[in-house]
Design a protein around this ligand. Structure first.
Ligand code: SF4
Ligand code: SF4
Length: 255
């Protein structure tokens, strides 16, 4: 059983919320990535869609095209894809069509997290992006409407597609293995809100957590680290700060 193009169409209708209506996270990661949001360039993240989702996207828009690998790593990504999936790329953030974003775009940087008992308990993040995605260092900005739409959309997808369910069960197993190796808890946003942590080397035991336990990571730990990383990436760090200057809220105190 696999989800059809019409199922993705329904899914797009029910999953339109932004991670945050207050913060434009792309403005925080773009200076680390040549001025483009990290998840909107294939330099860091190659979107993967199923063939059925691809069918829908091609019908709706010319925003998307087949991804062409540009090095050994991206060749490996394409070669390792299952037959029912393909790697794609869009025209970039300046040309983004919100209603024609893929499911991968809508969900990033999160994936549905399952316990060992195969219960969908919330959202975990793709850990490979800890050093690039500002949202991962700021889980408190994720809004309830987004969480609800995320969970409802994936539950719908899993009711239609066993392969997708299997893929995220495996992804959750990988998360437990990687974070246990690091001896770090997996930060979780609960399916009904609230924060939790999957304890390392515990067989997947979950405890409640305070969001303040989830510390900023990588270049997001301080203004200095942020500016240093922007410089390393060839950007201009002048005036760049981790305090979002477009926000009316004054919640950040890195200095
Ligand atoms: S989700 Fe993460 S990587 Fe994507 S634009 Fe926001 S901060 Fe950048
Ligand atoms: S469709 Fe939009 S959100 Fe998705 S990768 Fe392209 S620019 Fe980013």
């Amino acid at each position: 059983m696999t989800a059809k193009a019409r199922d993705y169409e329904k899914l797009y209708r029910r999953f339109g919320a932004s991670i945050s209506d207050t913060y434009d996270c792309g403005r925080m990661c773009a200076p680390l990535n040549g001025g483009e949001p990290v998840c909107c360039t294939t330099g860091h993240a190659v979107p993967i869609v199923t063939n059925q989702e691809w069918k829908l996207l091609k019908k709706r828009s010319d925003l998307w095209s087949k991804f062409t690998p540009y090095d050994a790593a991206t060749r490996a990504i394409v070669d390792d894809l299952p037959d029912n999936c393909r790697a794609v790329e869009c025209k970039g953030a300046a040309a983004c069509e919100r209603q024609n974003r893929s499911l991968a775009c809508r969900a990033f940087p999160f994936f549905p997290y399952f316990t060992k008992e195969k219960e969908l308990v919330g959202m975990a993040y793709y850990w490979l992006f800890e050093d690039r995605c500002w949202v991962i260092s700021n889980l408190h900005i994720v809004e309830q409407a987004y969480i609800e739409e995320f969970i409802a959309s994936y539950e719908y997808l899993f009711s239609k597609d066993e392969d997708e369910l299997e893929a995220f069960l495996e992804q959750s197993v990988s998360a437990r293995r990687v974070f246990s190796r690091w001896n770090r808890p997996i930060p979780l946003i609960g399916r009904d809100g609230g924060y939790f942590k999957v304890l390392p080397k515990s067989g997947g035991k979950i405890s409640p957590a305070k969001v303040s336990e989830f510390k900023p990571l990588g270049p997001f730990v301080s203004n200095k680290a942020y500016r240093d990383e922007i410089e390393i990436e060839g950007g201009d760090p002048k005036g760049k700060t981790l305090k979002p200057d477009w926000s009316i809220k004054d919640w950040w105190n890195h200095d």
